[in-house]
Design a protein around this ligand. Sequence first.
Ligand SMILES: Nc1nc2c(c(=O)[nH]1)N[C@H]1C(S)=C(S)[C@@H](COP(=O)(O)O)O[C@H]1N2
Ligand SMILES: [Mo]
Length: 402
Amino acid sequence: MAAFRLPRVEDFSHRLRGPQVTSRVGVWLGVAFGVCFLTGLWSHVQQTTPGWLTIAPSPAWLYRATQGIHIITGTAAVPLLLIKLWSVFPLFFRRPPRAPSRALLVDTLERLSIGVLIAAAIFQLTTGLLNVVQWYPWEFSFRATHYAVAWVAIGALLLHIAVKLPIISSALRGDIDAPVDPETRMPDDDAVRDDDVVPVDGEDADAMVSRRDLVRATGVASLLAMVLTAGQTVPWLRNVSFLAVRSGEGPQGVPINRTAREAGIPEDISGWTLELVWDGTSVSLSRAQLEALPQSDHTLPIACVEGWSASALWSGIPVHDLAAIVGAPQGCVARVQSLQTRGAFGSSELPEQFVADERTLLALTINGETLSADHGFPSRIIAPNRPGVRQTKWVNRMEFVV
Ligand SMILES: Nc1nc2c(c(=O)[nH]1)N[C@H]1C(S)=C(S)[C@@H](COP(=O)(O)O)O[C@H]1N2
Ligand SMILES: [Mo]
């Protein structure tokens, strides 16, 4: 039996590997990660808005678009990352310089930075996908961790691009199917190309696949990953998105993220009232009293941070009319509370520009029907350009503060 030997770069001499594939797939992966990072940053800002920034309620569909794109680009990155890792993993077995030297230091730093990049990229895509299917097999806070690691990933990515720029630009300019020197990773445009040797039918048929074919197939896989899932946010793709976690449809025309039972909403809420509070004044209204107030209709989307979204026709009372009932002034914010007894997202705060917007409703109906228990009966918030997690259901108290 042969003694165990650590593999060497030359042991993995697949003809299709080479910087031409790595850099072409890498460009698309870089674009996907860049867009995913920026839209993710935007989502973070929409959920934790710094004091110096005011987020406008218009356009109403903005968060729907940015978060849809965030999930779509993250999904598109999965096949790209897999092929890119396949195209470079033999380099992992390249032996570092033996003697302590500058070269060894550079080699070690490069391995470290690439290790960080790969770990962060895999972590982001895995946690993101698991969040889409709402499975949390971990203890840490998804949002805080996904956000922090995003900075690590983008930093390591920029460093990686800077270090590899010479190899990227030569690989992109040269012949995609030129043979590659396994040690230097430089394409050799003058060497005899192995696809100049025409394979005999049936003898070496797989030699017919060129690097160009591989890059194209990777692009198709990435496109498929997008098209097969994007229907959860792009209505006209609904019928082809077989792999989407949510269909974009559901009871009363909108999916449900957390049911009334999961949120621990009491079974009997017949004595429910809405309490409005401003500066020591408090008014309680029954659902019948709310129905007797002037109602407004608006078509607005629910845009979940998990990437699904759906538009519906809502009707209810503008929140600024409710503020006026207790005499709260222009420029107040609304602290919204719900009947929820279990889990997160049971309360939210509407900044002043959302309270002032006439489309921000305490909704009583959805698509012409009384809200079902799972959509937030007796009343819920629906506001334009808001992350789904802030569209609080089962509202029973709103306090206005300046
Ligand atoms: N009280 C309460 N409101 C909530 C939630 C919740 O868990 N509790 N989930 C939010 C999330 S994450 C989304 S995406 C929307 C979904 O609303 P829907 O179930 O009516 O589609 O409700 C939001 N409102
Ligand atoms: Mo959500």
